[in-house]
Design a protein around this ligand. Sequence first.
Ligand SMILES: [Mg+2]
Ligand SMILES: [Zn+2]
Length: 200
Amino acid sequence: MTGTPGQSKPAQGGAASGPTRWGPVFLDRDGVINRRRVGDWVRTPEQLELLPGALDAIARLTRAGRSPVVVTNQSGIGRGTMTRADVDQVNAYLTARVERAGGRLRGILVCPHAPNDACACRKPGIAMFEQAATAWGLDLTRATMIGDAASDVEAARRAGFANALLVTDPVEPYPASAPAPDREFASLAEAVDWLLSKPM
Ligand SMILES: [Mg+2]
Ligand SMILES: [Zn+2]
């Protein structure tokens, strides 16, 4: 699998430091942290348009000891529209912006495959969760996934943990045939309000 733990190294909350009080947080990237480019991918840092309040929401998670892991499907790599280096550059820029705002990402895991590659990591596949659990010693049973697509909800459902759907894209309504999300919010900020108030 080419999805590798991003720039960050295992740190607090790792297996060596014992069980954490709070469950891990997984964030989708496009449509959650930055605006999704409809019919295209974010191929350069200049194309990364951060959504209002997203950096602050990540900073709040970080201050609460819940630095999130980003899990993102980037099939533009597998389709030949962009390279892995393009995506790494965008993710390095995102990481820097998060840190400048006082937040921290444990890492960014990328599925680079096209849908017909039939990989295990492309959401709704759960291999990126398993990879994160191994890399950072996370207890997946207490995890929450925040995403803006049916594949995010379904991935969390398959992996057996909670999900929250962000309805940030009025263009493409959530498909009626997809599994109903546990919760729905209009922004990452609202989802984080909820996450930080729930006792798990
Ligand atoms: Mg998305
Ligand atoms: Zn993949």
